[in-house]
Design a protein. Structure first.
Length: 236
C-alpha cells in the first residue's frame, strides 16, 4: 500500500508580479493570471485525496505595496468571489476566510461572509483563503480574545496550554497543514501559518504561480508520500 497523501495542503501563491514583468505587463496582469490558476489547482484536489486547501492571497504586509496594486488586488478579490461563487457551490467546495477582516472594505467582507454561508454545507473540499492574514497578527488577535476570557473569569490562566491558544486562532476548525508549497523560488514563510505549520513538510518550487500547472501540483503532492514525518520521535 502506498503512503497516504497530504490531507491538508497550504500554498503560498507567489510570483505573479515577476510573471507579468517578464511579459512587459503591469503586476495586476499577473494577479489576474494567478487567480485563474487557482481554479485548476482546486479541481485537482479531490482526486489527489486533498481535503483541505489553504491559500495565501494577501498578507498583512502586502499593504506596503502601491495604492494602485492594493486597490487592484481588492477589486480582483471582489470579482473573484462574485464570479466563482456559483461554481464553488456546485463543485462541493466549502470556502472559509482567515485573516483580519477589520481593515478590509465592507463590500468585500459582505461578499466573503456570503460565500462562507452559501458553501457552508459543502464537504468535498475545504478551501481556506488567507486574506489580510499574518501569522503573528493571528496569534496576537487570538491572545487578545483569550486574555478577555481570562479577565472575565471564564478561563483559568493556569490551565492555558497550546491547545487552548489554538482554539482561538482563525484556523481553529482546521487540521494543521501536512504540506506547505511555495512557488517562485523564494524559500521563506513570509508570516504564513506560523503556528499551524510547526511540523509541516515544505516544498519550494521555482515555478512562478501563474505557471504552476495541475501536473506540477500532482508531482509535488505525489512526492509527499516519500517523506518521513517523525514529529520529534525516534522511529521504533
Ligand atoms: C503573490 O505574487 C501575490 C501576492 C502577494 C498578492 P507577488 O505579487 O508577490 O509576485 P512577485 O513575488 O512580486 O513576483
Ligand atoms: C507572500 O508573498 C504573500 C502572498 C503570497 C499573498 P510576498 O511576495 O508578499 O512575500 P515576500 O515579500 O516576498 O516575503
Ligand atoms: Mg512575492
Amino acid at each position: 500500500m502506498s503512503a497516504p497523501g497530504p490531507a491538508h495542503v497550504a500554498i503560498i501563491m507567489d510570483g505573479n508580479g515577476r510573471w507579468a514583468q517578464k511579459r512587459g505587463r503591469p503586476r495586476l496582469y499577473g494577479h489576474h493570471a494567478g487567480a485563474r490558476r487557482l481554479r485548476e489547482i482546486l479541481e485537482a484536489c479531490p482526486d489527489l485525496g486533498v481535503k483541505y486547501l489553504t491559500v495565501f492571497a494577501f498578507s498583512t504586509e502586502n499593504w506596503k505595496r502601491t495604492q494602485a496594486e492594493v486597490s487592484g488586488l481588492m477589486a480582483l478579490f471582489r470579482r473573484y468571489i462574485t464570479r466563482e461563487a456559483q461554481a464553488m457551490v456546485e463543485a462541493g467546495v466549502r470556502v472559509r476566510f482567515i485573516g483580519d477582516r477589520v481593515r478590509l472594505d465592507a463590500k468585500l467582507v459582505a461578499l466573503m461572509d456570503e460565500l462562507e454561508l452559501m458553501t457552508a454545507h459543502n464537504h468535498l473540499l475545504n478551501l481556506t483563503i488567507a486574506l489580510n492574514y499574518g501569522g503573528r497578527d493571528e496569534v496576537a488577535r487570538a491572545t487578545k480574545r483569550l486574555a478577555r476570557e481570562v479577565a472575565a473569569g471564564k478561563i483559568d490562566p493556569e490551565g492555558v496550554d497550546a491547545e487552548t491558544l489554538a482554539g482561538f486562532l482563525d484556523t481553529c476548525v482546521l487540521p494543521d497543514p501536512d504540506l506547505v508549497i511555495r512557488t517562485s523560488g523564494e524559500a521563506r514563510i513570509s508570516n504564513f501559518l506560523l503556528w499551524q505549520a510547526a511540523y509541516s513538510e515544505y516544498e519550494f518550487v521555482d515555478t512562478l504561480w501563474p505557471d504552476f500547472t495541475r501536473a506540477e501540483f500532482q508531482r509535488v503532492v505525489g512526492g509527499y508520500g516519500a517523506r518521513d514525518r517523525r514529529f520529534g520521535a525516534v522511529p521504533a
